[in-house]
Ligand binder design. Sequence first.
Ligand code: PLP
Length: 447
Amino acid sequence: SEELLAEGRRAYELDREHVFHSWQAQGPFKPMTIVKTEGSFVWDGEGRKLIDLSSQLVNTNIGHQHPKVVEAIQEQAAQICTIAPQHVNAARSEAARLIAERTPGDLNHIFFTNGGADAVEHAVRMARLHTGRQKVLSAYRSYHGGTQLAVNITGDPRRFDSDYSSEGVVHFMPAYTYRSYFGSETPEQETERALRHLEDMITLEGPRNIAALILESVPGTAGIYAPPPGYLEGVRELTAKYGIVYIADEVMAGFGRTGTWFAVENFNVTPDLMTFAKGVNSGYVPLGGVAISDAIFETFRDRVYQGGLTYSGHPLASAAAVATINAMEDEGMVANAQRLGRDIIGPRLQEMKAKHPSIGDVRGLGCFWAIELVKNAETKEPMAAYGGSSPEMNELVGAIKAAGVLPFANFNRIHVVPALNISDELLIQALDVIDEALTITDGYVTA
Ligand code: PLP
């Protein structure tokens, strides 16, 4: 409506005057205004309706404004908006039960945070206290959050400007078959070589100094590169062998995104700690947390855990989580995500790869897919350099948006990451738009 659009214009002016944005040079930044959201649609400041293929920052797993969750938040707000973390609260208790029942193995205890970065901070703190060791191993080509320790643990360019006071953080090369650091030609080779490298790293860093190894089960923003068969099993074995706490970061990959409740289920491993956020309540109210194994819980049975937050298990966030998990269960969203990946997204992206010379690689599972764009299939020269954008990628993203789809783009990749309950029809429509737009990057292929 005209009213919404006028409000949007006013919001834009105030934003440019007063809002300081994440990860941006503030001056040239021209943010997109969103005036309305519903299901898999968002409406921009000009009133255009777009299919949300980004799930925002890959968190709206149930889509926008799910009526059951909106209602649960309203009901909770009418009852108890907030309560200190030391008090028992029904919404928090129920959220913890629903999460613990879905996490694998003996991850039976839930510590709630406000988001992913603080979940990572607390998981590392728990691992350090549990082991009495200090170092943390984490992968290059990863993202673990924007706070000081989390951004140092991160293996992407966002850490460069803050890469200090990261004592004990050591990065290793993860398994990534398409751009293998180890020169592997097959996934099997990559698994074997990446695990040999990891064991070398552990040996050279000194196993008795290493508290934790943190790894995204399927790295998200860094490129949705699922580990090759056997890699996570190998990581689990190595960490157990050396008494290192294995932290699976499922902030983006968890809560149905990969077609299972948690991504580790695809690889038959159980970590010692698992971080989550985003999909736990689709981001309707900020929430994250750490799922804790029985053994690590025992460390804190009699010893005080020196860590906490005013809003740990906030009632509004917890009530949103309860309603989200129940809606996902009732509406079969996790199985649907698996079906969408297997029957629609996967086959269609393979088809696109066969016809678009600018596609170097397509990969993913469930509702979690990446298209990696290159200028040259042989050299794999990316369509945008690591850590940057390019006129070619900007043109592609602009064309996708102009055709009515909001994509998730990072460096030389477009991610296909819809809500787990998007309709087949809308998904196919969005994939048609991407297919058509890729003729743009095809035009920049040099070989
Ligand atoms: N870990 C992973 C794997 C993520 O993808 C993110 C966010 O994108 C984070 C941690 C940080 O979460 P938050 O932005 O909620 O702090």
